[in-house]
Design a protein. Structure first.
Ligand code: GUN
Length: 287
């Protein structure tokens, strides 16, 4: 193995420590406690795990955590009413509605009903517009975590060739905007991209966010490139349940200059950035 391993777990612990220090200061100097509300509709097991983890870490950094668990058959109107109530609650600075929502609920409608100032996911159309025009916005947590690790590893990203594989609203598109904001030359590759191997092979930075287990083999990676693996895929191998990324870690780590592992790479950074966004929302609301 030749690549440097980018330790997202340790990085996330440092981010949480800084957030906790700011929370203490906000409490002492302004008498406010940042509050995060997480709304879960239904009983998707993966979502339940994420929500539990978010609540635990929110409390650990000294913030107030509120969880609303609603039945899978909750009406859209009832969910919108809850979001309205949270929008008006002065003790809540961040609102996260866990996705995916059940099919009978219009996801875009719900996301866009969250006050943009409390939209700690950065999914509201106002925040998407602000990010794409380079203005101050709430930045989606997973891409923000990737950017922090890339900046930490490289210093300046200016002029680097970056390829983002995947075009989701949650990761791919905002990731591309952030890299462009840091003056990378950015390509978004996706399932219809022709000669995707060649496109990836040109990149100094590869961010893989497609949700397909080990789709990117080492021989697609330019020697020395930095690989950020956003994928968290559960597979069966040798009779065991295993978590793997979108990149084949074994072969890619022989070629890359630096790589994030799965687990322990991007994953822990997502919640750390959610806490950082909640702190930012609270600080903006108070001053
Ligand atoms: N489901 C999977 N990832 C996310 C995320 O970052 N935010 C929300 N709200 N739901 C998700």
């Amino acid at each position: 193995m030749s690549a440097t391993i980018i330790d997202g777990k340790a990085f996330a612990a440092r981010v949480r420590e800084k957030v906790a220090q700011h929370v203490t200061r906000l409490k002492e100097e302004h008498g406010v406690t940042p509050g995060l509300a997480v709304v879960l509709v239904g009983e998707d097991p993966a979502s339940q795990v994420y929500v539990r983890s978010k609540g635990k870490q929110t409390v650990e950094v000294g913030m107030k955590s509120v969880e609303h668990k609603l039945d899978a058959d909750t009406s859209e109107a009832d969910l919108l009413a809850l979001v309205d109530q949270l929008n008006d609650d002065p003790e809540i600075h961040g609102i996260l509605v866990q996705l995916p929502l059940p099919d009978h609920i219009d996801e875009d409608l719900v996301i866009n009903s969250i006050s943009p100032a409390k939209d700690v996911d950065g999914f509201h159309i106002s925040n998407v517009g602000l990010l794409s025009t380079g203005q101050k916005s709430m930045v989606p947590c997973t891409p923000l975590g990737c950017l922090m690790m890339l900046r930490d590893h490289h210093g300046s990203l200016s002029g680097k060739d970056a390829v983002v594989i995947g075009r989701s609203n949650i990761v791919g598109k905002p990731m591309a905007q952030l890299l462009l904001g840091d003056s990378c030359t950015v390509t978004i590759a996706h399932s219809r991209t022709k000669d995707i191997e060649e496109v990836v092979r040109r990149a100094d930075i590869v961010v893989a966010a497609v949700g397909r287990p080990e789709m990117v083999p080492g021989d697609w990676i330019k020697p020395g490139a930095t690989v950020i693996d956003v994928g968290i895929n559960r597979i069966e191998r040798d009779g065991k349940n295993k978590l793997v990324g979108d990149v084949d870690f074994g072969s890619a780590s022989e070629v890359a200059g630096a790589i994030t592992p799965v687990p322990g790479g991007v994953g822990p950074m997502t919640i750390a950035c959610l806490l950082a966004n909640t702190l930012t929302a609270c600080a903006r609301a108070n001053g």
